[in-house]
Design a protein around this ligand. Sequence first.
Ligand SMILES: CC[C@@H](C(=O)O)C(=O)SCCNC(=O)CCNC(=O)[C@H](O)C(C)(C)COP(=O)(O)OP(=O)(O)OC[C@H]1O[C@@H](n2cnc3c(N)ncnc32)[C@H](O)[C@@H]1OP(=O)(O)O
Ligand SMILES: [Co+2]
Length: 134
Amino acid sequence: MLGRVNHVAIAVPDLASATQSYRTTLGATVTEPQALPEHGVTVVFVTLPNTKVELLEPLGDTSPIAAFLAKNPSGGMHHICYEVEDIIAARDALKGSGARVLGDGEPKIGAHGKPVLFLHPKDFQGTLIELEQV
Ligand SMILES: CC[C@@H](C(=O)O)C(=O)SCCNC(=O)CCNC(=O)[C@H](O)C(C)(C)COP(=O)(O)OP(=O)(O)OC[C@H]1O[C@@H](n2cnc3c(N)ncnc32)[C@H](O)[C@@H]1OP(=O)(O)O
Ligand SMILES: [Co+2]
């Protein structure tokens, strides 16, 4: 079912500061901020030779990353995103295996303009999984 790792995401309390750290201290290429109100986050992507790192800052009062940052005030690794060829087939197979698909179970359009879904971290070794159809 799984293809490439599309990105690893890090929740941060201050996106400007995190961007500066990746650009200046680590010498990385970082995209411009993208506000995604439907997802409750503002993101940038650190582009690397083999994958991407997504830096996430809460947006709005009901951000899904607010509780995570309350527990991890300095930030921390939040999710890993795997590519899939057919997100509906993947979702249905996972639901059939008993995995919890988050939200209403319908894909939303993610930061790359592609359909995404999330799987509950308690069902996958304590790690939140995002699936992105490519
Ligand atoms: C930009 C768009 C898109 C992209 O294209 O890349 C994105 O990446 S958007 C990213 C943000 N969106 C999401 O995360 C959506 C899915 N997430 C959720 O629905 C919720 O965050 C959650 C995973 C259900 C957690 O909800 P929350 O209210 O924060 O906490 P709970 O109390 O329900 O948590 C239950 C349990 O799980 C632990 N937890 C929470 N988040 C994580 C995490 N990221 N990684 C590992 N574990 C996590 C939490 O600590 C609780 O555990 P216990 O304390 O042991 O009960
Ligand atoms: Co993501």
